[in-house]
Design a protein around this ligand. Sequence first.
Ligand code: ADP
Ligand code: 5SP
Length: 578
Amino acid sequence: MASDSPLYIGFDLSTQQLKGLVVNSDLKVVHAAKFDFDADSKGFPIKKGVLNNEAEHEVFAPVALWLQALDGVLESLRKQGLDFRRVKGISGAGQQHGSVYWGQNAESLLRNLDSSKSLEEQLEDAFSHPYSPNWQDSSTQNECDEFDAALGDRKHLAQATGSKAHHRFTGPQILRFTRKHPGVYKKTSRISLVSSFLASLFLGHIAPFDISDVCGMNLWNIKKGAYDERLIQLCSGAFGVEDLKQKLGEVPEDGGLHLGSVHAYFVERFGFSPDCTVISATGDNPATILALPLLPSDAMVSLGTSTTFLMSTPSYKPDPATHFFNHPTTPGLYMFMLCYKNGGLAREHVRDAINESLKDTPAQPWANFDKVALQTAPLGQQSPTDPMKMGLFFPRHEIVPNIPKGQWRFTYDANTGNLKETTDGWNSPQDEARAIIESQLLSCRLRSRDLTENPGGGLPSQPRRVYLVGGGSKNKAIAKIAGEILGGVEGVYSLDVGDNACALGAAYKAVWGIERQPGQTFEDLIGQRWNEAEFIEKIADGYQKGVFEQYGQAIEGFEKMELQVLQQVAEKGDGDDY
Ligand SMILES: Nc1ncnc2c1ncn2[C@@H]1O[C@H](COP(=O)(O)OP(=O)(O)O)[C@@H](O)[C@H]1O
Ligand SMILES: O=C(CO)[C@@H](O)[C@H](O)COP(=O)(O)O
């Protein structure tokens, strides 16, 4: 490639870090930089990227932390020798649902950015509220009840917006904000999602929402392609519909839209070309499905802080247990998603308990967890007549199903259908390594089974391929168990870029936004340039006759177990009747 050929940057502003990935027009990664919030930030008392107010079940992140992180990632790319003049397009991905509250002076501060100062130094005062509610927040049960009721029930809300009401979704969060901070809400000029916040920094004015990420708000009517008036009415609280609409702004339909040129701040401070274009930024999960030309028969599992299960599909089949979003680039396609709060951090709890019980913390902290998980038989069954061991491991209030934090262990006899809550026969914490992976993946299989296709050849319905991405995708033990549970006719794959898939998808979005021919779809452009042999690696077998069917039987027990725990917590007045 010529030394002046175009480059594109994709950013990923996630829970625990900001990443920046630079690719060329051939989709190859040429630079990568990362700012880890806990390790690299200064002046924020955060843990795992967030702050907690346990009393109100609030989880939130300081917005100024993200400014510091963007300064840091750009500096790090500069140190690596990135020639910013070659960057033709920038796009990004943000952790979904989080909202940023801009003050009255925001547009003027953004417009007048001074290239002799850092972003943090001059934008700290651009916000009416210093914190962004995080997707792990569960403070909005009352508001969720009101959202579900506003359209009749949760089924109707899911039909209209792609999801029932969720604690973390931006609509319920904004409604709570109007009540908890009415004075601040009044002084708020605009509200951004984390994705549009990121785009706003590069543009030097407030960017519109993205067509896919807007579906994480419980405010957007997907089939109508417009805000749902009834929900906007509810969400605006005591402040009026027009005021809220103005705060939220327009939502352009085109995911490849050129929002404008990068602000002069970045030209002067880093040497970007003045014609470098900002392409709309999307949510981190929508961006993840753009990291490869994903077929409707494929499944992706993102093993980040959250575990998410993603598919691209032409069918819109909303259900209160799942999420549908507009596809981030391709009208007529949707993204199907399951999201679990108890993903990476819950697995880390079991990992740490195992290391502690063995009094051994190896250099590779997952080594004992992996060994024990692989030594344990599927479902802890030494022989087919043994009962299956299964459990729920929720250090945080879970999303699907909506169950407060806790741990439950069961045994299930698939022959008799007998389910028993018991720790008898469990060797904890050792048995929990396999059990927590199984628990997370059985839930994915249970809830996605209506979308998987029959591959023919007498095989049961399952994905063609399972792609693993995110921090946990380098874990071969998890990959092996994922293949056994989810199947995958062609196997389980990981992306060459490991835990950078989301930033990669954002970078590919920028390539497509700038280089597409009129009418050319993302799948077409990326499909033509995609070099499968170089970009992905098969890391485990997928479908294996026998064990896949064994897990098929376990699903019946798993569903029963969830219902029983839901009932128990409802009786205690802790959960809801999901
Ligand atoms: N070898 C590993 N095995 C299992 N999990 C891992 C491994 N390495 C990292 N992780 C998990 O990856 C998570 C971070 O994933 P990442 O996708 O980078 O985060 P984010 O959600 O912030 O985007 C951590 O919570 C960690 O538990
Ligand atoms: O809430 C969701 C999706 O609905 C989360 O997936 C967030 O989007 C943050 O994800 P990670 O930081 O784990 O990537």
